[in-house]
Design a protein around this ligand. Structure first.
Ligand SMILES: [Fe+2]
Ligand SMILES: [Fe+2]
Length: 310
């Protein structure tokens, strides 16, 4: 985006939908957790949605993003209301990839016509997907079709095939190159191509990179099917020499053997992230290993948590 400032001055990130809810966590700077009371009615769901507010420097404008939309149950709408987030304020809707636990709530959000922000998406996110089970059966299929989404939208889709700036210091990753041999393959995931089911290469996987003036880079991932290491490398390649302040989102390390997770953790550590917030598909076992290694730099996670960074 021509003329956008290079860096943002502040970001506030709120987890709207996630797999777990815990209202008994102690605040830990820069994290604020939901308190018992109104937030006791927040819902967890096997899905992800994150609300991001970015402030630009000086008099330049702010940018608000709803990144992913949960699985399609009641959690998205209810949690937005409890957390007092009005999705009509969004400047952008961004879909991380074409899995139902990320796009499930999108149709409902668009159908009430109150949310009219453009949707940033990789074109490969559209289509049908399924998961091969160990016994040979298939979970799914689940489908999201471009023409159906476009018919509900008042603005055109914004395709993100390569890195793209959308606001003050706010970038969409576009396709994330694969160079790491450590990142696990999600080989059970398949997508429909013509009449065939083929291995899903997740070309559509989009992360968000936010360049903060003081703190450094904040990286926000959906399921991170491109791989945590590949995503960190993509951010470092795009913004060489900038420190990584935070890595926040799903890391998709569930069912990955602990020895492989430990190798990934050692590689993450080389990037010296100041904060790790492993959500959603990271899985409890990998979250525990991350906490053992990064200690207070890897806080507990829950629906309703907020991370505010100047
Ligand atoms: Fe996924
Ligand atoms: Fe997911």
């Amino acid at each position: 985006m021509r003329g956008e400032p290079l860096k943002a001055s502040r970001v506030s990130i709120t987890v709207v939908v996630d797999n777990v809810i815990d209202i008994f966590l102690q605040d830990q700077h820069p994290i604020r957790y939901p308190r018992p009371g109104r937030c006791s009615s927040l819902l967890a769901e096997q899905g992800l949605s994150i609300w991001i507010e970015i402030e630009g420097p000086g008099r330049s404008g702010s940018c608000r993003i709803l990144y992913d939309f949960g699985r399609g149950g009641p959690a998205l709408r209810r949690n937005l209301e409890i957390l007092e987030i009005d999705p009509r304020r969004a400047d952008y809707l961004i879909l991380s990839h074409g899995h139902i636990d990320h796009y499930g709530g999108l149709t409902g959000l668009l159908e009430d016509k109150s949310v009219c922000a453009p949707l940033v998406v990789h074109p490969r996110a559209f289509g049908s997907r399924a998961i091969r089970q160990p016994d040979g059966s298939m979970a799914g299929p689940w489908s999201i079709f471009q023409d159906e989404i476009e018919s509900l939208m008042s603005q055109p889709l914004l395709p993100a095939l390569s890195p793209r700036q959308i606001g003050s210091g706010v970038w969409i990753s576009g396709f994330i190159p694969r160079s790491s041999t450590l990142d696990p393959l999600f080989s059970a995931a398949v997508r429909k191509e013509g009449d065939d089911w083929v291995a899903d290469q997740f070309e559509d996987d989009l992360s968000i990179f936010i360049r903060l003036e003081k703190a450094g880079l904040v990286i926000i991932t959906g399921c991170c099917h491109a791989g945590v290491i590949n995503t960190l490398r993509a951010a470092s390649t795009l913004f060489p020499g900038e420190p990584i302040f935070a890595l926040i989102g799903g890391f998709h390390l569930n069912f990955v053997p602990s020895e492989a997770v430990k190798r990934i953790i050692n590689e993450i550590d080389k990037h010296q992230p100041g904060l790790l917030v492993p959500l959603h598909c990271t899985g409890a076992a990998a979250q525990n290993l991350l906490r053992q290694h990064f200690k207070e730099r890897c806080p507990y996670t829950t629906v309703g948590m907020n991370i505010s960074v100047p």
